[in-house]
Design a protein around this ligand. Structure first.
Ligand SMILES: Nc1ncnc2c1ncn2[C@@H]1O[C@H](COP(=O)(O)OP(=O)(O)OP(=O)(O)O)[C@@H](O)[C@H]1O
Length: 260
């Protein structure tokens, strides 16, 4: 594993026919960090995540998780990460508890039953543990999916749009969970459209637009890239920084147009 990175994306590109969804993207996430991947619709966030979890093959470049090439060393890589997709799939004919036992069995976890109780309690799902997941509300399904990813205590957690459908209390719990997971020495990567969430929890960020990086770094670095102001009540929010980056990109594109 080079320089302790838990996630390493090197010159990753993904092309669909003539369309380039992600173009030569590079970033790395060390243990202990919470990393945010931001960008407008179609920017390439989900494509990057799908490459990180081995669901799509890079057209070029490399994607490594916990030191393993996700495509070439898939089994080792997959046992090192937990994945929370934006559209989770659960088996409707299993109960919540059966779902979690199934995951614990796959990961050969010891003493999983107590952990499962603790997690169900944490998300106020204890009363529903023995109900089929097909009867769960959207938010309950989301919570169960989050538990399936975290139960095996993965070194790397990869999350696509975590907060959709969660009530404010659960959203706060999930935010705290991700932070705690990173602080415990793991790497967390998330995509989100919630800029306040990203600003509140992420140590570092990449802003993508149409497959290319518009800005990268911590909040201070992003502010210095966009001439925005730091700190206090007068400081510029990530939202301001984000729109600046998009506006600058649009201005640069305009400038390239042939004047007719
Ligand atoms: N299977 C596919 N076949 C063809 N094009 C695809 C495929 N998957 C994604 N794309 C294209 O790649 C680009 C990036 O899509 P992606 O889903 O990664 O964006 P995103 O940043 O996750 O967007 P959103 O915020 O809307 O979820 C889009 O232009 C999309 O149309």
């Amino acid at each position: 594993m080079s320089n302790g990175s838990m996630i390493e994306v090197s010159s990753f590109s993904k092309r669909y026919g003539r369309h380039t969804a992600v173009n030569a993207l590079s970033f790395s996430v060390p243990a202990g960090q919470l990393f945010g991947l931001l960008g407008s619709n179609g920017a390439g966030k989900t494509t990057t995540i799908r490459a990180l979890v081995g669901l799509t093959r890079p057209s070029s470049g490399q994607v490594r998780v916990a030191g393993y090439d996700v495509w070439k060393d898939a089994i080792a890589a997959k046992s090192a990460f937990g994945y929370i997709p934006d559209r989770p799939h659960l088996y409707g004919k299993l109960t919540g508890r059966e779902t979690l036992r199934f995951v614990a069995g796959l990961r050969k976890m010891e003493g999983a039953e107590r952990e499962i109780d603790r997690w169900l309690e944490y998300f106020r799902l204890s009363d529903f543990g023995n109900e089929l997941t097909e009867t769960y509300s959207h938010g309950m399904r989301q919570k169960l999916t989050i538990i399936t990813a975290l139960l095996p205590k993965p070194k790397v957690l990869i999350v696509d749009e975590p907060m959709v459908g969660l009530d404010p209390h659960a959203a706060r719990q999930v935010r705290e969970l991700f932070r705690a997971h990173a602080d415990a020495g793991n790497a967390v990567l998330l995509t989100t459209h919630s800029l306040p969430l990203a600003e509140a929890v992420c140590d570092r960020l990449v802003v993508l637009d149409r497959g290319r990086v518009l800005g990268a770094g911590n909040m201070d670095e992003l502010r210095s890239q966009t001439n925005t102001v730091r700190g206090g009540v007068d400081g510029d929010s990530l939202e301001r920084v984000f729109f600046r980056l998009i506006e600058e990109e649009q201005a640069a594109q305009e400038a390239l147009k042939v004047p007719v």
